[in-house]
Design a binder for this molecule. Sequence first.
Ligand SMILES: [Zn+2]
Length: 41
Amino acid sequence: MKDKCVLCGVETPYDKTTHIDYRLHYVEGAGQLCKECYEKE
Ligand SMILES: [Zn+2]
């Protein structure tokens, strides 16, 4: 089960069980973003 980008809904490479410390493009308080959305913010 992969976590999805909170903005566009695309699947990210990260499992829901992956700790946020080990993810890229994670925004605390918002959630997981994909690379594209993260770079737009
Ligand atoms: Zn996105």
